[in-house]
Write a protein that binds this ligand. Structure first.
Ligand code: NOJ
Length: 479
């Protein structure tokens, strides 16, 4: 669709930026915080680049005022951050740890003082270790009640201050990496367990939304999904079918549950055949249907391109790129369903992520047409090496170019009919990349530290900081 003239961004458009507790806060054991599964996972030798951990991260816990002042200087309209469950309930449940919840209250107050809308993510992967030990975390239905109690504690405390809430961040990522690829905690490789844990996470998500409806009447809540829209490698119908398979298995398997409270039939039938389907108990269906969100949160980084794969195809394990040296792509997939190919029409980042601004528009349109929900882009950004030059200069023109092209596609998506609430870049300051240390930077604000040396953790504005400031100031007119 080409438009002779694009619509303006709405006046209340949320120009934002995002982060996650484990990646920015540090203070991993302060003020009564209990350990999370990430605090322990990163200590397993070989798991992270150069053995990095989030003990200090970028010390946002102690420097949040300085960080919010920079947000205010930039004119940010919204800041998405996550709450660390084990700060609120050190053992995952029980008594509220007042010092922990107070930190978030201070942060929220500081944001509101600067007219920055807080967008609170309830779960960004840092499960309290105690719940993992007690009942296997997401593998037990006990978590539904514990997660609900934790969410209710936050809803009650912040109902007059926070309008936008995100339930689970990238459920598809933490479940598949946690239970299929073993690259995230709890480091399991078992597809049966993965589908069971995922179903329980769906129920927990729906239950939290159901509770939200009782407590916060005017707020908005939704999940954040890591959406990589699927393309067919060629117009050969076999490839088109493979892309449909990928869209069903990799995206609709989650999105349909969020949007409609139903699993896609094709995937369900396939899983039943292979004895992988999760256990449906009485009441599950009704709960999933009661958990409809107000918006679909989308974390968008890239699309994925697929060709057909025969039943007897064997794949070698995908090589993970944790050092930013391009060229690691290996074809991978699911025999009999699809095989992922490199899309030669697209450039990649140094971490082999395909750069595809149009894919963002395509994804937003697919969600709009399928679910009829408003969309909030909860993450999008470029992870790259940045160079700190003399006189505190960082010329990250590549990041400006990346974000500009994505914003252009947002505007086109609005003209197409997408109801877009806002756009949160990933990230505001540089932060810890879970498995990739500090070399893969995403921020508008450089944080002067590396894997081996925390240095002074100085905050330095990058060129993109001034550029995004102007974008916000002109409400997207000046890109
Ligand atoms: C998605 C995750 O939510 C975030 O934590 C991560 O750092 C970014 N993607 C970049 O990989």
């Amino acid at each position: 669709m080409y438009h002779a003239k694009l619509d303006q961004f709405p006046n209340d458009f949320l120009w934002g930026s995002a982060s996650a507790a484990y990646q920015v806060e540090g203070a991993w054991n302060e003020d009564g915080k209990g350990p999370s599964v990430w605090d322990n996972f990163v200590r397993i030798p070989g798991k992270t680049f150069k053995g990095t951990d989030g003990n200090v991260a970028v010390d946002h816990y102690h420097r949040y005022k300085e960080d919010v002042a920079l947000m205010a200087e930039m004119g940010l309209k919204a800041y998405r951050f996550s709450v660390s469950w084990s700060r609120i309930f050190p053992a995952g449940k029980g008594e509220i740890n007042e010092a922990g919840i107070q930190f978030y209250e201070n942060l929220i107050d500081e944001l509101l003082r600067h007219q920055i809308e807080p967008i609170v993510t309830l779960y960004h992967w840092d499960l309290p270790q105690a719940l993992q030990d007690e009942y296997g975390g997401w593998e037990s239905r006990e978590i539904i009640e514990d997660f609900n109690n934790y969410c209710v504690a936050l809803f009650e405390r912040f109902k007059d201050k926070v309008n936008y809430w995100v339930t689970l961040n990238e459920q598809n990522v933490f479940i598949s990496h946690g239970y299929e690829q073993a690259s995230h905690p709890p480091g399991v490789r078992d597809r049966k367990r993965m589908y069971e844990a995922n179903h329980i996470a769906n129920l927990a998500n729906a239950k939290a939304i159901q509770s939200f409806r009782q407590i916060i009447l005017n707020g908005k809540i939704g999940p954040s999904f890591a959406y990589g829209p699927a393309y067919a490698y060629t117009s050969n119908p076999e490839d088109v079918l493979a892309a449909e398979n990928a869209e069903d298995f990799n995206s609709h398997w989650w999105l349909d549950v969020y949007g409609w409270g139903e699993y896609p039939k094709t995937v369900w039938k396939y899983l039943e055949k292979y004895d992988l389907a999760p256990t449906m108990e009485a009441g599950d269906e009704a709960l999933l249907k009661a958990g409809k969100p107000d918006f679909m949160g989308v974390n968008y980084y890239q699309t994925a391109t697929f060709t057909a794969s025969p039943l007897d195809e064997e794949f070698v394990n995908a090589k993970e790129n944790h050092d930013g040296k391009k060229g690691n792509f290996v074809e991978n997939g699911n025999a009999g369903l699809f095989k992922r190919k490199r899309n030669e029409a697209l450039e990649t980042t140094n971490w082999d992520w395909e750069i595809d601004p149009t894919g963002l528009r395509i994804g937003l349109r697919r969600i709009t047409s399928r679910y009829g929900l408003p969309v909030l882009v909860t993450e999008n950004g470029l992870g790259e090496f940045d160079k700190l030059e003399e006189n505190d200069v960082i010329n990250d023109d590549y990041r400006i170019e990346y974000i500009r092209k994505h914003i252009e596609q947002l505007q086109a998506a609005i003209a197409d009919g997408v109801d877009l609430l806002g756009y949160c870049t990933w990230s505001f300051t540089d932060l810890l990349s879970w498995l990739n240390g500090y070399q893969k930077r995403y921020g508008f604000v450089y944080v002067d530290r590396d894997e081996l040396n925390e240095k002074e953790l100085r905050r330095i504005r990058k060129k993109s900081f001034y550029w995004y400031k102007d974008v916000i100031w002109s409400n997207g007119d000046r890109l």
